[in-house]
Design a protein around this ligand. Sequence first.
Ligand SMILES: *[C@@H]1O[C@H](CO)[C@@H](O)[C@H](O)[C@H]1NC(C)=O
Ligand SMILES: *[C@@H]1O[C@H](CO)[C@@H](O)[C@H](O)[C@H]1NC(C)=O
Ligand SMILES: *[C@@H]1O[C@H](CO)[C@@H](O)[C@H](O)[C@H]1NC(C)=O
Ligand SMILES: *[C@@H]1O[C@H](CO)[C@@H](O)[C@H](O)[C@H]1NC(C)=O
Length: 508
Amino acid sequence: MKESEKVFWDQMKNPTGNPHIAAINSPSKISSKLLLCLIFFVSFTYLIYSLKLLSSSRPCPDLHPFSSHRISNLSALAGISPLSLHLPPPLSNQTELRHVVFGIAASAKLWEQRKDYIKLWFKPEEMRGTVWLDRKVKTDYDSDDLPPIRISGDTSKFAYKNRQGHRSAIRISRIVSETFRLGLKDVRWFVMGDDDTVFVTENLIRVLRKYDHNQLYYIGSLSESHLQNIYFSYSMAYGGGGFAISYPLAKALVRMQDRCIQRYPGLYGSDDRMQACMAELGVPLTKHLGFHQYDVYGNLFGLLAAHPITPFVSIHHLDVVEPIFPNVTRLQALQRLKIPMQVDSAGLMQQSICYHKSNTWTISISWGFAIQIFRGILSPREVEMPARTFLNWYRRADYTAYAFNTRPVSRNPCQKAFVFYLSDAQLNSTTGQTISKYTRHRMPQPTCKWKSPSPASIDIVQVIKKQDPNLWDRSPRRNCCRVMRSREKKTMMVEVGICREGEIIEVK
Ligand SMILES: *[C@@H]1O[C@H](CO)[C@@H](O)[C@H](O)[C@H]1NC(C)=O
Ligand SMILES: *[C@@H]1O[C@H](CO)[C@@H](O)[C@H](O)[C@H]1NC(C)=O
Ligand SMILES: *[C@@H]1O[C@H](CO)[C@@H](O)[C@H](O)[C@H]1NC(C)=O
Ligand SMILES: *[C@@H]1O[C@H](CO)[C@@H](O)[C@H](O)[C@H]1NC(C)=O
């Protein structure tokens, strides 16, 4: 093997080319040399292949300006009581929202559009946090609805040697340290997010309560894209989905982060720099499926309609994907999601599956978002797989592109789902019952020759569900659903709740 190749091989093992980490010995025997060359050849081919894919399809978010959006007063629909009432009262010394400090990575260039996403979830009177920008922006009438803005420290002394990325990655990676150095009191968790991340803060607290904030924790989730995870890391929290760092870990990080960042000038982004430092600290990623990077294009429907059984914590890449409800702007769509959040945040996007026996329909409910009715009986193991309504980050729509199982939108034209989207949700505070309404999205349906009744006869589905703020204090289990008798022909009534003794998902 030529000297230049060996250097390259070293660099592949260690993208920074930093000798104190990559210490591989040159094999002396010819056979092992041959083997090494073979490995090198295969890896090199692979690397070129993935680099080619990457460079030809770097994400380029199309930034639709939010033209002519009128945010309707949806809270008036729901008869909502204040948010904090729905989280169970803290047990002795349990983590609360006031123990969390948010660090939001933003850029001056996109601030005018992106700040609307932050306003959706950030409540300055209940939460602490800072938006970190690269330079000053005009402060506006709405600055009271937003976290305070700070300008990140100068990073020009740090080396940045990645050809594809941008050196703002260094600035963003240091947000944890900069937020820590503000010296806020009584902080247990630092939570990072982007300016296009929307958090469901009650669910974030539900997740953080499971972990001891006095220990070293790095909590977050991966990308949906298998290639993205290979290229970056399967051990890295993707920043857009948000991640949490416990106070003692932040403290340990602050002591070494600037030195650590200098050791990895070749890395692409901020998240991989963070993960490199975590690896030096020896702290692994605690993976939590509810943080959503959503590295996909197109329609998130398949993912949101078959959410894993875990609290829904965040949603990201809002400018990249289509609005989550049809025929409204992205902001209006997210506004609508606030209704179920305020009625029963724990249950948001939780899937239940049941059957309408006499019509032989399969019903899948994603509570607070949408309902699908399929002709015929589909098994739970199929319905709990996300349908590929979305496209991969690397523009390949096939099943090999994801880090989880997916299914085609329909295997048979008759089994294309009839979709109903959330239109209203209410809470009866006397009984603790929620009633959510889902209205059929009228779309041309492929012709179907089956004789069985068509779900087109249903206009509205009403779901009755008891509010369940303690849902995530129990072991994870899917709620059961039961089709109820309805007086109105065009309305279907379904009850959702804890499965009864012996109840399973089957045709009864
Ligand atoms: C929205 O509705 C609430 C409750 O009905 C009401 O108090 C508030 O004034 C309304 N806001 C706007 C902007 O219409
Ligand atoms: C509550 O937690 C804080 C931080 O971990 C600790 O300093 C304090 O002593 C605890 N208080 C009680 C009553 O347990
Ligand atoms: C979409 O919205 C417009 C304006 O609000 C309305 O006129 C139209 O009927 C809607 N289309 C559908 C398919 O709901
Ligand atoms: C709440 O439920 C109770 C008992 O079913 C009923 O009497 C009451 O009218 C309901 N309240 C509302 C606002 O629907």
